[in-house]
Design a binder for this molecule. Structure first.
Ligand SMILES: Cc1cn([C@H]2C[C@H](O)[C@@H](COP(=O)(O)OP(=O)(O)O[C@H]3O[C@H](CO)[C@@H](O)[C@H](O)[C@H]3O)O2)c(=O)[nH]c1=O
Length: 337
């Protein structure tokens, strides 16, 4: 059993990952800033659920708070660090760019320093499919260039990939960075489309549909996603390649034990099919407010999941309609509606 330090445990993905690892008997220390970017009660409830397991402890502090993060990491002495906390959200970054630099750049640096001090077996950090930015070759592969971020959010995440690479190279620190693709499911984020659409429809409000519905997303069910992280954690620790020879299709660095891995469903769904799945799950029609494309948004995402499958023998597979149904069941139960 391992000692695993996870940032963002009161967040959507961090909660699910911690839950899975605790259920397997690992010891987890969670670290979360409990920011009010969205409803803090939801975050507190997630932490309260995790606290039911005695091998879970937590620190509530910001990533930029160097004394707090140093104290939490040094006190716990982790073998593995999974860094999921950060300022997420594509659209919020247009009005609040500084939050992204503080949490994602400075915060990630603080986590990397902790990983270096403790010589962790594996540092795993969250990036995003948003780093593919203006790329048009689909599906997106990790070996594609990703140099055209369209928001400061994507730019800060791309920066953390570069930062992670440098420490992996300098300190021989095995590092995996995930590029997540529109993760959804129970306990999901209230700023994301699924939560917003379900809430608005149940409250009799219209939903805002961007780009008149002409959008595509590779929606990834959260249980599949955390399973993929779990498999990468112990069975796919990157090692510096011998003589710098990298296998075909692998994103492994020629000079560092470092790779980026897409975690996506590998299916690009039409936004309007997603809306219809929500209507079917609710048994209710939406009222649609068709809007123009939003600044910084990407029209389509689609993950090439071949590397994930090669490394783990697994690829996400939950059908979007089933996943939406499970979210709606959770939402109705949680909010008693
Ligand atoms: C919030 C909202 C979204 N949309 C559209 C935009 C997208 O085509 C689709 C899904 O939007 P979202 O659920 O916000 O997800 P998306 O824009 O892909 O961004 C998510 O996925 C990204 C990639 O994993 C993450 O880096 C972001 O943190 C996360 O928010 O729905 C609407 O049409 N109306 C809305 O109100």
């Amino acid at each position: 059993m391992a000692r695993i330090f996870i940032t963002g445990t009161a967040g959507f993905i961090g909660y699910h990952l911690a839950h899975l690892l605790l259920s397997e008997g690992h010891t987890v220390h969670g670290y979360d800033g409990m920011t009010d970017y969205y409803d803090v009660t939801l975050k507190q409830r997630r932490h309260a659920m995790l606290a039911q397991t005695p091998t879970f402890t937590a620190t509530e502090a910001m990533l930029e708070d160097r004394a707090a993060i140093d104290g939490a990491i040094d006190g716990f002495e982790p073998e593995i660090i999974v860094h999921l906390a950060g300022q997420a959200g594509v659209r919020y970054s247009l009005d609040n760019p500084r939050a992204y630099v503080d949490a994602n750049v400075v915060g990630t640096f603080n986590v990397m320093e902790g990983a270096r001090r403790h010589k962790v077996q594996h540092l795993m950090m969250a990036s995003t499919s948003s780093v593919y930015g203006a790329n048009t070759d689909m599906p997106f592969a990790e070996t594609d260039k990703a140099d055209t971020p369209m928001t400061i959010y994507a730019a800060t995440k791309k920066a953390t990939e570069a930062m992670g690479h440098s420490y992996a190279h300098l300190y021989d620190m095995p590092t995996t960075m995930f590029r997540f693709f529109t993760v959804y499911g129970p306990w999901g984020r209230p700023d994301m489309a699924l939560f917003k659409f379900v809430k608005a429809t149940l409250e009799g409000d219209p939903i805002d549909v961007y780009n008149h519905g002409e959008m595509f997303r590779d929606f990834t069910y959260v249980t599949d996603l955390v399973r993929a992280i779990r498999l990468l954690m112990f069975d796919a620790t990157p090692a510096r390649p011998e003589n710098g020879v990298v296998p075909e299709g692998d994103s492994l660095s020629p000079v560092a034990p470092f790779r980026v891995v897409n975690i996506g469903n590998s299916k690009s769904e039409r936004l309007m099919d997603f809306v219809e799945a929500i209507e079917d799950a609710l048994g209710q029609k939406t009222t649609r407010n068709m809007m123009d494309m939003q600044p910084g948004d990407v029209p389509a995402t689609w993950a090439n999941a071949a590397l994930l499958e090669t490394l783990t023998g697994y690829r996400p597979q939950t059908d979007m309609r089933d996943g939406v149904k499970r979210f709606v069941e959770w939402y109705r139960d949680y909010y008693r509606v």
